[in-house]
Design a protein around this ligand. Structure first.
Ligand code: IMP
Length: 207
């Protein structure tokens, strides 16, 4: 049995305004007030682990300890089977340039590395999301969500972010860059992880 969230205030352990907004919206129906790590001026810890779970734990525990509040983190990424799961937890790193993040460059690298290996098509891939809810006493609960599909080239669509324009969910023809946020969130790695979290931790005890 997961530990239930009994408080009214939750710290969202992220400095990413988009993630913070989405998490706040997802939790609003449960009467939970959210405050972000950026609001409290908490430092962003270094993500030194090699797994989504490890990095989600680092972020949530650091924020819970610093604030004295239960803290929720989101660590996510993109894995391509032909690249043995890369970029994986390094999805954001593949986009780093001295001028900021460039996901056009990161997507090009993914496709080029598949081409260099003559990887057969369809080239399967998945987005992963790990949520960690940590309490100041050190207890935590982990929830994972994955959505599977394949990559396509050239990238299509200006919606979404990150690797969305090169990812096609299984059973779809449009990329994540071509579908609305509403459609994406009806079935995405993040939506799946949130459904598990809400069921286990936030929902009432009614049958
Ligand atoms: P994090 O902020 O360290 O968790 O990095 C997550 C990275 O994974 C993002 O910067 C994106 O590159 C990628 N990513 C995660 N979720 C998505 C998504 O829904 N669409 C596109 N890219 C994503």
């Amino acid at each position: 049995m997961a530990r239930r969230f009994e408080g009214e205030k939750l710290l969202v352990a992220s400095h990413n305004a988009g993630k913070v907004r989405e998490i706040g919206e997802l939790l609003a129906p449960y009467g939970i007030e959210t405050v972000s790590a950026a609001d409290l001026d908490l430092p962003a810890p270094e993500e030194t682990e090699s797994t989504f779970e490890g990095n989600a734990r680092i972020k949530a525990h650091a924020a819970a300890k610093a604030s004295g509040l239960p803290a929720l983190s989101d660590d996510s990424g993109f894995s391509v089977a032909a690249l043995d799961g890369a970029p994986g937890v390094y999805a954001a790193d593949w986009a780093e340039t001295p001028q900021g993040r460039d996901f056009g460059m990161a997507m090009q690298r993914v496709w080029d590395e598949c081409e260099a290996k003559s990887a057969p098509e369809p080239r399967t891939a998945a987005f992963h999301c790990c949520l960690c809810l940590a309490w100041p006493d050190g207890h935590d609960e982990i929830f994972m969500g994955t959505v599977s599909g394949s990559i396509t080239w050239p990238p299509r669509g200006a919606l979404g972010f990150g690797y969305d324009p090169m990812f096609v969910r299984a059973g779809e023809t449009r990329t994540f860059g071509e579908i609305s946020a509403q459609e994406k969130h009806a079935d995405s790695h993040r939506a799946r992880a949130f459904a598990l979290l809400v069921d286990a931790v936030f929902k009432g005890d009614e049958a």
